[in-house]
Design a protein around this ligand. Structure first.
Ligand SMILES: [Zn+2]
Length: 330
């Protein structure tokens, strides 16, 4: 099952100039419709089922004062912070309010709606075994702040909601985005019910941020995942063997009730976000990565909920489309 929330977030409508191809999701759907899915009935594609993530769900994961900012007059500044749209001297960075067609409060509302898909994706995975949401994966959302374009952490929020629904007790998060899944690791560090695996660039953002935050606390972005697999620049050949070893380590743990896969396409060699330059995987390597995770989970009959996560520029759709074409054809 592929889950699509129509009317996705187009940052350019808000004057934000981050190079996310605005039609990434549509490009994936177009590629599937003319390729693997042509002649296949439409049952592989689903839309919103009315699942809603609300303030109560956010409060299971995030600080009350932080959640309140989004729902109050502080929302503009919150979005400027999270999307890193301001330089140290106060001027705007990658942000041109004069080009905005919509207010940043609309972006926040769209973000909350987008998070609901991550929850729905989990429910669908529990029902049918596999769901890929063409959205989600905000793994840089922390307890009382967000960075790296992530307001709240939809992954942990969805897991906590599924636990509150009493449909899961335990979960794994397998995060293959180019950037470390720092928020997910910090939010679940003290919880044995949730285990995290992150394979990511050994250097660069967020690992090169200061080792203390502005309040002088040890930096939450450096909290280790249950298993971290850092890949140094030029060591792309170590990527698939490293992932294979990490999955073998997971295999020694009790089977979880659900796995969220944070399936970033930003390790792709054609990714256009400067901060992903430390990892340059080919399309073949990315597809092998995704097949390896899918087959590992399928062989153990573990429900798998996949999220798009990172992937920037004109060719970001290619790894997603390749993986999903194989699922639909198979
Ligand atoms: Zn990323």
């Amino acid at each position: 099952m592929v889950l699509h929330y129509p009317g996705g977030i187009d940052l350019t409508e808000y004057g934000i100039e981050i190079p996310v191809a605005p039609d990434r999701t549509q490009q994936v759907l177009d590629a599937l419709a003319t390729g693997a899915a042509s002649g296949v009935d439409g049952a592989w594609l689903a839309g919103p089922d009315g699942s809603v993530i609300g303030p109560d769900d956010l409060l299971r994961v995030h600080a009350p004062h932080y959640v309140e900012r989004g729902f109050g007059p502080g929302v503009d500044e919150l979005m400027i912070e999270v999307f890193e749209l301001r330089n140290d001297d106060g001027s705007y960075y990658r942000y041109n309010p004069a080009a905005a067609k919509k207010p940043l409060s609309d972006l926040f509302a769209g973000w909350i709606r987008w998070m609901s898909g991550t929850y729905q994706c989990g429910k669908e995975a529990l029902h049918s075994g596999f769901c890929f949401y063409l959205g989600g994966g905000a793994h840089h959302g922390h307890y009382d702040f967000g960075h790296g374009f992530c307001v709240f952490n939809d992954i942990v929020t969805a897991i906590r909601r599924l636990q509150a629904d009493r449909v899961v007790d335990t979960a794994w998060v397998i995060d293959v985005d180019a950037h470390k899944g720092d928020g997910t690791a910090a939010l679940t560090a003290d919880d044995p019910a949730v285990s995290t695996l992150s394979i990511h660039m050994a250097h660069g953002w967020p690992l090169d941020l200061p080792d203390h935050d502005r309040q002088g606390r040890p930096a939450p972005w450096l909290v280790p995942s249950t298993i971290d697999v850092p890949i140094a620049p030029g060591e792309e050949r170590e990527y698939l063997p490293g992932l294979r070893r990490a999955l073998a380590a997971l295999d020694t743990w009790p089977r979880p009730d659900i796995v969220y896969v944070v399936d970033g396409a930003d390790p792709y060699e054609h990714d256009e976000l400067p901060s992903t330059a430390g990892l340059r995987l080919s399309l073949t390597q990315l597809l092998e990565r995704d097949e390896m995770i899918h087959d590992f989970l399928a062989a153990r009959a573990i429900p798998q909920a996949w999220l798009m996560s990172g992937g920037y520029g004109r060719r970001a759709w290619e790894p997603f489309a390749g993986f999903l074409a194989a699922r639909i054809a198979g």
